[in-house]
Design a protein around this ligand. Structure first.
Ligand code: SF4
Length: 147
């Protein structure tokens, strides 16, 4: 039987694609369980949007995404979101496991744009686009629902 596809934030798989050049890997046994159950499609929307790694951190400010040095990177974030959505369309993906709190991949709670570590209600740019197109979003905080 064909396994369902699962879009996943690449940094959760151990890829050092975060702004600080690091990853935030899930436990190895969890990754194995996910691979048993799903066909994994990794994506890093910020890299797909053309941003370098490492990169200056950015946070959502309303509809914009702004770096800590005030440079507007909204276009790059939107481009990365479009790439993630096109992957979902190409593979018929309806579920995604995304990295919590990220300005791209966060779901429900993200940093508030003050670069003070404060969270606010909201989704990352990619998660906004994916969920608006019917893709069900999970994060590493509710991963048990996927296993
Ligand atoms: Fe991870 Fe998403 Fe940030 Fe890429 S954009 S480093 S996948 S949280």
């Amino acid at each position: 039987m064909n396994k369902p596809y699962l879009l996943i934030s690449m940094c959760l798989l151990g890829e050092p694609c975060r702004y600080d050049g690091k990853s935030v890997p899930l436990d190895g046994t969890i990754i194995e369980k996910l691979k048993e159950k799903y066909t994994i499609v990794p994506v890093c929307p910020e890299q797909e949007g053309g941003l370098p790694t490492p990169r200056i951190p950015a946070e959502r400010k309303g509809e914009k995404v702004v770096r800590r040095d005030d440079v507007d990177v909204t276009a790059e974030y939107r481009k990365g979101a479009e790439v993630a959505l096109s992957l979902c369309r190409r593979f018929g993906i309806s579920i995604a496991l995304m990295k919590a709190k990220s300005p791209s991949c966060g779901a429900g709670r993200i940093y508030d744009g003050t670069f003070s570590g404060t969270l606010t209600d909201g989704d990352g740019v990619t998660v906004s686009l994916l969920s608006g197109n019917g893709i069900k979003i999970f994060t590493e905080n509710d991963i048990n629902s996927l296993l």
